[in-house]
Design a protein around this ligand. Structure first.
Ligand code: PLP
Length: 506
């Protein structure tokens, strides 16, 4: 039987009369491959040559030519007066047969050590579903994003696009966007820079990759926050470096512990304004100690300033970069939180001594992102829409954070101790009983609620259990439902039993 797409359902062959390969060879190759892949089993009865000719819409002699060749090579068996069948034993060994991608056993070309290390690295909190829901961390209030206004800005830029914009764009980033970013971070984050120091990226990960790629030699140690953002660890491994977990406490990264563990590390990746996921702020004493260490060892400090624009009350804290007198801090920003993650735009601010090296590394590459989207974002910032959106989000996150805190205290009292937060869109809670936070996470997921386990973010042996709640994407009306469901998940986890707390490292 022949379908409208020309496929013969009995043999599933597709012939193409437009190519130069003769039709009998196409039939031969099609049947041969299906036999080798095991799709036509040994002993399977082929349709008659007449039937095949009709189905394939070719002369019978063409089919007979193909069948003769298949029989000659031992793929099929034809007997006068009997049907034609796939040979009970194939002419080649099973290991030489072509395999589907999934069934491929060969190990392929050898991977670099850094690629193998990356494959083994933890990926952090699992993503449970496509649509954001309570309480997925790291997702902004997409329901409050001024999508229509953004859409009009994009349309305006697209319809008036100059040939320069359509041509591809600058490898360093669209100049007006670099200017707009420099003005914005100087005014709102206390970053000291000019537009020449700003490099546009497709997000934080690209920034990490470029900075570490330029700073590390194979095997170099880099301090990473523990617990911390898993993307940092992955980027260090990808650059061939060695991530050294450094504990975080209420004052942020423990700089003294970093010096004790890896005094000659070539870099440190920190989120000083709002550590992820614990939310700590790096104290002034530690900021100064970190800068002094970097100056003394000529190490690079990568400042991940992913969501500190969202200080719920008062002015956002100023960036570590603003205190840097010797040019060792590379400031990294992203529009994933302040606009929306799908925009895929971010940036880094290189210290003056490194600007030329970064520019040279970029010279061989195309623009880091769509020039049109970059131009639209520049207009959005210049016309004041971005600053207005940030102001509205600060209020929204304050309200959502306070509502979550209240809901957790009401529904999960006794089981959880949530920590109040004054910045961003996530908060953490410790578990009152020694339960496995991963079990609580799984029990919650089974009931449709997404929380992250604090231990998913830990890389050293220090694995304090707890939960991480994102409230950015949670509408207030969905909060209570989420916390009530979580209370049931905590109950179920408790029924499963408690664990002995992990020993802390001395
Ligand atoms: C600590 C931290 N840094 C940076 C980012 C942003 O990454 P990107 O700019 O690649 O979207 C995230 C996102 O969740 C984050 O949690």
């Amino acid at each position: 039987m022949k379908t409208s797409s020309g496929v013969v359902t009995s043999l599933l062959l597709r012939l193409d009369p437009r190519i130069s390969t003769p039709l009998h060879e196409q039939i031969f190759e099609g049947v041969r491959l299906r036999i080798l892949r095991g799709e036509l089993a040994p002993g399977w009865r082929l349709p008659s040559s007449r039937q095949l000719a009709t189905e394939l819409d070719v002369a019978r002699s063409t089919v007979l030519q193909a069948l003769d060749a298949l029989a000659a090579e031992g793929y099929i068996v034809t007997r006068a007066g009997a049907s034609t069948r796939v040979a009970p034993e194939l002419p080649i060994a099973p290991e030489d047969r072509p395999r589907s991608h999934a069934a491929h056993k060969s190990r392929g070309p050898r991977l670099a050590r850094s690629a193998r290390a990356r494959k083994a690295a933890p990926v952090g909190a699992p993503r449970l579903g496509a649509a954001p829901r309570a309480f997925r961390p790291g997702v902004p209030a997409l329901d409050l994003f001024p999508a229509a206004l953004w859409g009009r800005t994009v349309m305006r830029v697209h319809t008036r696009a100059s040939t320069g914009l359509l041509d591809g764009g600058d490898p360093l980033g669209h100049a007006p966007l670099r200017e707009a970013i420099a003005n914005h971070v100087s005014a709102s984050r206390g970053v000291r820079c000019t537009a020449e120091q700003v490099f546009v990226t497709s997000g934080t990960q690209q920034a990490f990759d470029e900075i570490l790629g330029l700073s590390l030699d194979p095997g170099d140690a880099v301090w990473v926050e523990d617990p911390g953002y898993p993307g940092v660890r992955r980027a260090v491994l990808a650059a061939g470096g060695l991530p050294v977990p450094v504990p975080v406490d209420a004052d942020g990264l423990d700089v003294g512990a970093g010096v004790a563990r890896a005094p000659r590390a070539r870099g440190a990746v920190v989120a000083p304004s709002h550590q992820y996921p614990l939310g700590a702020t790096l104290s002034l004493a530690r900021r100064m100690a970190l800068l002094k260490w970097a100056e003394r060892t000529r190490s690079v400090i990568i400042e991940d300033d992913y969501d500190s624009e969202f200080r719920h009350r008062g002015r956002p804290l100023t960036a570590l970069q603003g205190l840097d007198e010797t040019g060792c801090v590379v400031y990294v920003g992203t529009f994933s939180k302040s606009m929306f993650p799908g925009l895929r735009l971010g940036f880094f601010v290189a210290p003056p001594p490194l600007v030329d090296a970064f520019a040279a590394a970029r010279a061989a590459f195309p623009a880091p992102a769509s020039a049109l989207e970059q131009a639209a974002l520049a207009v959005f910032i210049e016309e004041g829409h971005f600053a207005r959106h940030l102001r509205r989000m600060r209020v929204a996150y304050r309200e959502r954070g306070e509502a979550l805190l209240e809901a957790l205290r009401a529904d999960c009292a006794g089981a959880l101790t949530p920590r109040a937060c004054d910045t961003g869109m996530q908060l953490t809670a410790s578990l009152a009983a020694p339960l496995s936070d991963q079990r609580v996470r799984d029990e919650a997921a089974r009931r449709g609620v997404e929380v992250a386990a604090l231990s998913d973010y830990a890389s050293g042996r220090h694995r304090e259990g707890g939960l991480v709640f994102g409230f950015g994407c949670v509408r207030p009306e969905a909060l209570r439902e989420g916390t009530r469901t979580l209370a049931r998940a905590l109950e179920a986890a408790r029924e499963f039993g408690t664990i002995r707390p992990m020993a802390r490292r001395p």
